[in-house]
Design a protein. Structure first.
Length: 143
């Protein structure tokens, strides 16, 4: 009876140690390696980043997939559509000059900083527009 009890105790301790290690690893991964995206720009008014998603890849459904991905993360995707031309690379157009909003969208989609084009237009109520190019498969929603 004593040997079985000891083996049982070691097994439970080992299992709990594995669970603790997994939880700590998950915490470190989520907080430091891949922190969550925070789509809120104006903390005082709880205003989410507003953007438009445009399909410039010519592949059906790309804009809808990005729209759903961003909405699940709290972004306010107000419009989707198709580009009039084909884009080889994805582009993020910054309409309001809000660096924080641009960085959050770039992080969410895994866009590189060179993909950002400043196209200021205060008449637009959008922070930015994203044109999904033919490199769409490299973006985070498709991995």
């Amino acid at each position: 009876m004593g040997v079985f009890s000891r083996i049982h105790q070691v097994a439970i301790t080992g299992f709990l140690a594995v669970v603790v290690v997994a939880l700590v690893a998950s915490f470190v991964w989520r907080m430091f390696i891949r922190p969550p995206v925070e789509p809120i720009v104006d903390w005082h008014h709880d205003r989410a980043i507003q953007l438009r998603v445009v399909n410039g890849a010519g592949v059906p459904g790309v804009a809808q997939t990005v729209q759903q991905y961003l909405r699940r993360r709290g972004f306010d995707v107000v419009d989707i559509g198709n580009a009039q031309q084909s884009y080889s690379q994805s582009v993020l157009y910054d309409h309001l000059g809000n660096r924080h909003a641009v960085e959050q969208v770039c992080y969410a989609l895994d866009l590189q900083p060179h993909a950002v084009v400043q196209q200021l237009d205060s008449d637009l109520a959008l922070h930015c527009s994203v044109v999904i190019g033919q490199d769409w498969a490299t973006l985070r929603p498709f991995r």
